[in-house]
Structure formats: structure tokens, C-alpha cells
Design a protein around this ligand. Structure first.
Ligand SMILES: [Zn+2]
Length: 231
């Protein structure tokens, strides 16, 4: 781990702005940082951002309380928290695509990895969750279109967030991954034929969906997380 060395030898020529040469290895280590590594790509960072990033890479964040609510009520009732009401399901793909610029903008900010409160996900953690939600729900949609009344494998989103270390993922990389997964899932919903919206499927806890109610449940989840990061 090179962070302590990097901190120890780093000097900042300007208070507000500096150019550093550094590289973040796939495992999160900071390597290099001096003239001897001039071949490495150059980044422009503010001092605060640089130090904040080093600090965050040495931290293990506090546990975020597990999600225990059953949000299926939004299918019939909408959501007062985020203002969602059930969409025309034919528009699911377009509504999903419309959220991609929001995430790109949020993840380009300097504080994209910072939690607003110790036990509230940072924008990048929410984005990792949205990225993975798009993938999981696309797989479930494909299963519903392929099989009669399938049962979905359980997915524990809170366990995934810790195991996949959402906290330390790189915002710009997550933005690209989220855009790709959202686009693929939007295309999958675009491809649902008019006689397929009533096909059934169920969660491992027994909650019964049709492709239509599944599309509503899914889109609420995505748009609610935009609300989570905006507020
Ligand atoms: Zn909501």
C-alpha cells in the first residue's frame, strides 16, 4: 500500500490547485506520484479532492442500514417520497435512458465518493446499485419472457454493496458501466411485445409480478434513486 508514502512525500505547490502525476491501480492502491513516473497519465486535481480521495481509500465506511421495506406498494399507489406514479409501460425504456445524463453529471463531481451522512450511500454507491439493478432486472425480464411464471433468484442488494465494495469504486468508470447497463435494459423493455406485458413471474419471497407491474416497480426504483442523490 503506497498511500502513506504518497502522503508523506507529496508537496503541494499551490493551495487551491495542482497537477499531479498518479495512477490508481485496479486494487485501489495509489502508485507513483513523481517525475520518475512521467510516462503515467497526468491528472488535474484540486488539493482537497486529492487528499479526500486518499483518505477515502484508507477508510472502510460504516455499515448502511439494510433495506427492509417492500416497495411493491408503489405499483398501485405511486410514491409520495419521490413523486413517482405508474408510467405508461411502453415508455419504460425511454424513461430509463433519460436518467443516464443525471448519473454522468453526478459522478463527474468532486464529491461523488463522499457520503452525505456516515450511513447514507454516496452518489457512486447509489450508481453502483442502479447499474447492478439494471443488469439484474434485465435478466429477470428475459427470464419472464422465456419461461412461464419463473421464480427469480434472490438478490441481497445490501450484501452485494459490501462484497463488491461500492464505496471504493471509481465514479467515472461506474458512469460508463451504468450507462451501458441502463441502455441494454432500456432496449430489453423496448423489445417487449404487446401480448407479453401480462406474462407472470415471482420473487423468491412470493411477490407476484407481471411484466407490466415489474416494469413499474423497476422504473420507480431507478427514479427513486435519482431522488435519493438529488435531495
Ligand atoms: Zn419513490
Amino acid at each position: 500500500m503506497a498511500i502513506s508514502h504518497a502522503l508523506g512525500r507529496r508537496c503541494f505547490p499551490h493551495r487551491d490547485h495542482l497537477r499531479v502525476r498518479s495512477e490508481v491501480a485496479p486494487d485501489g492502491d495509489v502508485v507513483g506520484g513523481g517525475g520518475e513516473h512521467a510516462q503515467r497519465r497526468e491528472r488535474t486535481l484540486t488539493e482537497d479532492r486529492y487528499l479526500g480521495r486518499l483518505r477515502s481509500m484508507t477508510q472502510q465506511p460504516p455499515a448502511v442500514p439494510a433495506e427492509t421495506a417492500d416497495w411493491t406498494f408503489v405499483i398501485g399507489m405511486g410514491c409520495q417520497q419521490c413523486g413517482f406514479s405508474a408510467q405508461d409501460v411502453e415508455s419504460t425504456g425511454d424513461r430509463l435512458r433519460a436518467t443516464i445524463p443525471f448519473w454522468r453529471e453526478s459522478l463527474s463531481r468532486e464529491d461523488a465518493s463522499q457520503r452525505p451522512e456516515p450511513t447514507v450511500w454516496s452518489p457512486v454507491e447509489y450508481a453502483c446499485h442502479v447499474r447492478d439493478t439494471c443488469r439484474i432486472f434485465r435478466e429477470r425480464l428475459e427470464l419472464m419472457l422465456r419461461e412461464d411464471d419463473p421464480t427469480f433468484a434472490n438478490w441481497d442488494q445490501d450484501v452485494t454493496a459490501v462484497k463488491a465494495d461500492y464505496f471504493h469504486q471509481v465514479p467515472t468508470e461506474v458512469a460508463d458501466q451504468l450507462a451501458a447497463e441502463a441502455e441494454a435494459t432500456a432496449a430489453a423493455f423496448d423489445g417487449v411485445k404487446s401480448d407479453q406485458w401480462d406474462r407472470p413471474g415471482r420473487r423468491s419471497n412470493g411477490s407476484l409480478f407481471t411484466v407490466k407491474t415489474f416494469a413499474i416497480y423497476f422504473l420507480h426504483d431507478i427514479e427513486h434513486h435519482v431522488h435519493d442523490v438529488t435531495r
